[in-house]
Design a protein around this ligand. Structure first.
Ligand SMILES: NC(=O)c1ccc[n+]([C@@H]2O[C@H](COP(=O)([O-])OP(=O)(O)OC[C@H]3O[C@@H](n4cnc5c(N)ncnc54)[C@H](OP(=O)(O)O)[C@@H]3O)[C@@H](O)[C@H]2O)c1
Length: 314
């Protein structure tokens, strides 16, 4: 049976959003996804109880209209790179949009809000983390029933980590890496979706910040080597000293799509590892990288290992 009032999701067409929407739909929730272009995700519209609406999420009037009758709002919008260089793009996507979401929640009388953020929000020199922190501060001061989610890097089918490196390694025999020693605690997208569904269903999650990370800490260079090994490729991760890494980022700044940017380089100065285990607090056992990624990279060769692990661990 489906709950009567829909959960509105901004950014629900992306990597995390697709998994979350599918999990919520599977749990019987009604979902209203707002997208700048609903035609790009026809598959989401086929899920039971899921409606995808085209909307300019930066327009407050459109947001108020789209929030009418909802039980909760989930803001997943985020960018890793902006078009320009001075942080204006980050401010628009993270801070201004969050401000609009908060005003629209008030306008449509919605109290419950889940705000996606990132580990180390508000720390360091990058516009990315600075604006994440500013958005969090607005949410915390809003007086709404908020929950903030701070994940490390997220892995799973279609991720921007192992799958992205896989694409690069397929064509590059040598991969020059800035900040190769930066540390991450990758968290499975399915666990993030389960965590967010739990947060929406449990009132005691209101007013909490959940750091979501896995148990295995890997450096950037280890992630690249792991990816190559499971693809059966002999590749070389070239560890760039900081001066060359900074130069690579400066070159990346002017390449369309910014494969790496100066702002990414600054974010990488901080390890993306947490200190308060949000998955444990929610009673979720983190899915290991080994249980998912080899199967993704080797086209099913490790499916048996995944099935085994799932059979034992759940
Ligand atoms: N993936 C990770 O490893 C990771 C780690 C930590 C935190 N996060 C955060 O988790 C959230 C979801 O990540 P993701 O990997 O699913 O991102 P994603 O695949 O890039 O999806 C984000 C969605 O947000 C919308 N969007 C993007 N730029 C926008 C803009 N300038 N204005 C308005 N809407 C915009 C897009 O939806 P439409 O095109 O349909 O409008 C897009 O589908 C983000 O906030 C991200 O920063 C992700």
């Amino acid at each position: 049976m489906q709950a009567s009032a829909p959960i509105v999701i901004l950014g629900g067409t992306g990597f995390v959003g697709r998994h979350l929407v599918s999990r919520l739909s599977g749990s019987g929730h009604r979902v209203r996804v707002l997208s700048r272009n609903r035609e790009q995700r026809p598959d989401l519209r086929l899920l039971p109880g899921v409606e995808v609406r085209s909307a300019d999420v930066h327009d407050r009037q459109q947001l108020v209209a789209a929030f009418q009758g909802a039980s909760a709002v989930v803001n997943l919008v985020g960018i890793l790179n902006e078009r320009g260089f001075r942080g204006k793009g980050f401010e628009k996507a993270h801070v201004e949009l969050t401000r609009s979401v908060l005003l629209a929640c008030r306008g449509a009388k919605i109290r419950r809000l889940l705000q996606m953020s990132a580990l180390r929000a508000g720390e360091g020199e990058s516009h990315y983390l600075r604006t994440r922190g500013e958005a969090e501060a607005l949410v915390r001061a809003s007086g709404l029933d908020w929950t903030i989610i701070r994940p490390s890097v997220i892995f799973g089918r279609g991720d921007g980590l192992f799958c992205r490196f896989a694409g690069l390694l397929r064509v590059l025999p040598v991969l020059p890496l800035a900040r190769p020693g930066a540390r991450f605690a990758p968290v499975y997208v399915g666990d993030v979706a389960t965590a967010m569904t739990t947060m929406l269903e449990r009132p005691k999650c209101i007013g909490q910040i959940y750091e979501l990370y896995g148990r295995q800490v890997m450096t950037l260079a280890e992630i690249v080597r792991y990816t190559a090994r499971h693809m059966g490729l002999r590749r070389w991760a070239l560890r760039l000293p900081d001066a060359l890494g900074r130069l690579q980022a400066l070159v990346g700044d002017v390449i369309p799509g910014k494969p790496i940017s100066s702002d990414n380089f600054k974010s990488l100065k901080l390890d993306s590892v947490g200190t308060r285990d949000g998955l444990a607090a929610l009673g979720i056992v983190p899915t290991p990288v080994d249980a998912i990624v080899p199967a993704l990279l080797a086209g099913g060769r490790h499916q048996a290992r995944l099935d085994n692990w799932r059979g034992r661990g759940r």
